[in-house]
Design a binder for this molecule. Structure first.
Ligand code: AMP
Ligand code: MG
Length: 320
């Protein structure tokens, strides 16, 4: 029997019993557990094979619930929360003393957000505790944007994927920390930098591990298909370079169908970056399952969500 189900009550019972449930959000599917259950939280790390140094994001349903999660909220954090929540923005703030160290990897800050997904908001309002929910994929793999992706990864390890359809945004939340009350972007993501700057003015981006040792988990290799993947602005050159291989191509809007490639996915014929972002991981999942020798990915335009997609694609293509 499939573990995919729309039954919110069933999810409530499982979570109350310290079990894990994969939950839908507008970004990607999360592997969720009660933040106060040591058993559930340890299982999240075990199931994902995620190292304990990599902290989890806490999910809540209302801004009022923030007072039990964080110790203080800088003015600009308040403004961002009021503007973008529920939404694809995670705030890293000084933690409330009750937040377990397992959640924060021992740090004195905690990452928190209100997801913009009706099913999960309904679920959260029926629970007496917030949910910790990292992306529902094995460590370093591509994040899941459909219930089937999660079932493919974890059908033997978890009891339920709460079905909320395909994720609308399709890439992870934008993570914002604060230094002296000023916002710093720790991870580019589904909320575009330009939208954030329209509200709080210019913000610094410390999206790379070497720029910010305070944001663990920002690994150079991440979100990776098992198939060798390269990111390039000159797709045709690379197709020629790998001419004797089984090539899959992933582009924003161009087509290379008649260039001797095995398969191709075009993300948005109209060059719509929102549409492209929402389809990106599903496209990588599909290409990764086609037994190709190489996936050639076209670099996205370096604006708005294109910047966030390029960040993920650079990590997907990173060679050790
Ligand atoms: P995931 O939920 O898998 O998308 O990953 C959550 C990411 O949030 C982690 O990998 C960290 O980069 C970031 N994060 C979570 N908590 C903190 C924190 N307290 N300080 C800085 N970054 C954090
Ligand atoms: Mg993740």
């Amino acid at each position: 029997m499939s573990i995919i189900s729309k039954d919110i009550q069933k999810a409530v019972v499982l979570l109350n019993n310290e079990e894990l449930v994969a939950i839908p959000t507008e970004t990607v599917y999360g592997l969720a557990g009660n933040i106060f259950s040591e058993k559930a939280i340890k299982r999240i790390f075990e199931t994902k094979k995620r190292p304990f140094f990599n902290p989890l994001i806490v999910h809540i349903a209302t801004i009022a619930a923030l007072q039990d999660i964080v110790a203080e909220v800088p003015e600009k954090a308040k403004l961002l929360a009021e503007t973008f929540w529920p939404g694809a923005m995670t705030l890293v703030l000084k933690k409330h003393k009750n937040i377990p160290d397992l959640i924060t990897a021992g740090k004195d800050t905690v990452a928190v957000r209100i997801p913009n997904h009706t099913t999960t908001l309904q679920l959260l309002t029926q629970l007496r505790f917030p949910l910790a929910a990292p992306s529902a994929n094995p460590f370093n793999n591509i994040s899941p944007t459909k219930p089937e992706h999660v079932a493919h990864y974890f059908k033997d390890d978890i009891k339920m994927v709460l079905d909320g359809g395909a994720c609308k945004n399709g890439i992870e939340s934008t993570i914002i920390g604060f230094e002296n009350g000023e916002p710093i972007i720790y991870r580019l993501g589904a909320l575009a930098l330009e939208d954030i700057e329209a509200v709080v003015g210019k913000v610094t981006v410390k999206n790379k591990k070497e720029q910010n040792p305070d944001a663990p988990g920002m690994l150079q290799k991440h979100y990776s298909p098992l198939t060798k993947t390269i990111l390039t602005s000159t797709v045709l050159n690379d197709i020629q370079l790998y001419a004797n291989k089984k090539i899959g191509v992933l582009t924003l809007s161009s087509s290379y169908k008649n260039k001797g490639i095995k398969s191709e996915i075009v993300l948005s014929k109209n060059n719509d970056l929102q549409e492209a972002a929402s389809k990106l991981y599903d496209a990588l999942h599909q290409l990764d399952h086609q037994k190709l020798d190489i996936i050639i990915v076209e670099k996205m335009p370096d604006v708005g969500l294109g910047k966030s997609m390029n960040d993920r694609l650079e990590r997907a293509a990173f060679q050790e």
